[in-house]
Ligand binder design. Structure first.
Ligand code: FEO
Length: 404
């Protein structure tokens, strides 16, 4: 795409990845994504972040156009070393030979371990509080460790009231629009939450601290530029993005339950439906998610704001079915908070399923609702009644929690 001038002499020079569906190899990105990079033209020409390596030609093309000829940079700011933003760093350094490369203290460690040929690169470490002059403008640096890697930082230009915020406040959305105010707000908000639920969630305590630290700095920001998706433009939208992140980090549960299950011969599936009926009778909104039909990241997007997670599996070889184990492993790593948990399943002879499921959920700190329901082979009327009552009991626990 052509560069887009987002403020006077500041250009978006990133790439739109319309075909991205498997973001980072673990999370779905059904609407694609973007790798945002920015060029600031002042006495020094500064490139802020780069793109995923297979999009290097697009970056070079946009840079050439923004520079009015051959691509040329004096400084390179690397807010984040993950390869979707820094995978082509060696090519950029070799080709454009920046005078200086600015990274956070943790960024330097990451840079050295990713780029073994970087010994002679002109790297300067810029911890929180440091700034550089690029002519009429300055760039201030603020480390945002674990949002979502140790090396992340924000680069802020006070003269333009613009902050380049790396992965924070981003969304996976390939679009021809560049600004949040040009797209559907409902979809955008959902995509930002999906990104948060699958990537940033484990670091929620750090997000809250970072938001407090940024507020304490009283930065005057009227444009917030994430490295993925749409740019937040204007004070209202910047406040919306900051406020949304605080809400996401607080993980307040909604009146919603997610039933996640796998099934062999449909016994566990039928139990899921009966539990759903019990929840619905208590006024709870329910998502029923078969792991055969829902990727673990889609499950996590729903689990994120649910008050309860109910997991079902048949017993299989003295364990649980592999796709259920996959979802539970993924969920555990993302450390969701404030959840109620419950389990169910069917079995043929040994019947360990619910014990194993309960250990997983309790291990994530969930408040477990008992008794779990398990049935040998096919559920009968009594089993369905037990499932319905489990759903009711979970519904009552959700109500109590939301009222507290
Ligand atoms: Fe978009 Fe952490 O990389």
């Amino acid at each position: 795409m052509k560069p887009v001038e987002i403020k006077k002499d500041i250009f978006w020079v990133g790439a739109v990845d319309w075909n991205s569906r498997d973001f980072h190899g673990y999370s779905l990105s059904p609407r694609g994504t973007t790798y945002n990079a920015f060029l600031v033209r002042d006495e020094k020409t500064v490139l802020i972040d780069t793109v995923k390596s297979d999009h290097l030609p697009e970056l070079l093309c946009a840079l050439a156009q923004a520079c009015g000829g051959e691509p040329k940079i004096d400084y390179l700011v690397v807010n984040h070393l993950e390869p979707d933003h820094a995978g082509c760093l060696d090519c950029i350094v070799e080709r454009l030979k920046p005078e200086k490369i600015f990274v956070s203290p943790m960024g330097e460690k990451a840079l050295r371990s990713y780029f073994h040929n970087s010994k002679d690169w002109p790297v300067e470490v810029v911890p929180t509080g440091s700034s550089i002059s690029i002519g009429k403008r300055t760039i201030q640096f603020i480390e945002t460790r674990m949002l979502h890697w140790p090396d992340n930082m924000v680069s802020y230009i006070p003269e333009d009231k613009i902050a380049f915020c790396s992965d924070a406040f981003g969304q996976n959305w390939a679009s021809t629009e560049r600004f949040a105010d040009e797209v559907d707000r409902g979809i955008l908000t959902r995509l930002m939450a999906d990104y948060y639920a699958n990537i940033v969630l484990p670091y929620s305590p750090m997000v809250l601290k970072t938001l407090d630290a940024l507020a304490a700095l009283k930065l005057d920001i009227d444009m917030l530029c994430p490295d993925h998706g749409l740019i937040w433009r204007g004070y209202d939208d910047v406040a919306f993005a900051l406020g949304s992140y605080r809400e996401l980090a607080l993980q307040k549960p909604a009146n919603k339950a997610v039933i996640v299950f796998d099934t062999m011969w449909h016994s566990t599936e039928k139990m899921a439906l009966a539990i759903c009926d019990g929840l619905v009778s208590e006024g709870v909104s329910v998502r029923i998610m078969s792991v055969k039909h829902n990727h673990h990241s889609a499950v996590m997007s729903e689990v994120f704001d649910a008050a309860a997670v109910i997991v079902g599996s048949p017993t299989h070889n003295n364990g649980i079915l592999p796709l259920v184990a996959d979802v539970l492993t993924y969920m555990k790593g993302l450390r969701p908070q404030n959840k109620i948990g419950a389990c169910f399943g069917s079995f043929g002879w040994s019947g360990e399923c619910v014990k194993i499921l309960a250990e997983h959920l309790a291990g994530m700190g969930m408040e477990m609702i008992e008794p779990s329901v398990k049935v040998k082979n096919r559920p009968d009327h009594e089993t369905f009644q037990a499932c319905f009552e489990l759903g009711q009991k979970i519904g009552a626990a959700i109500k109590a929690r939301l009222a507290a």
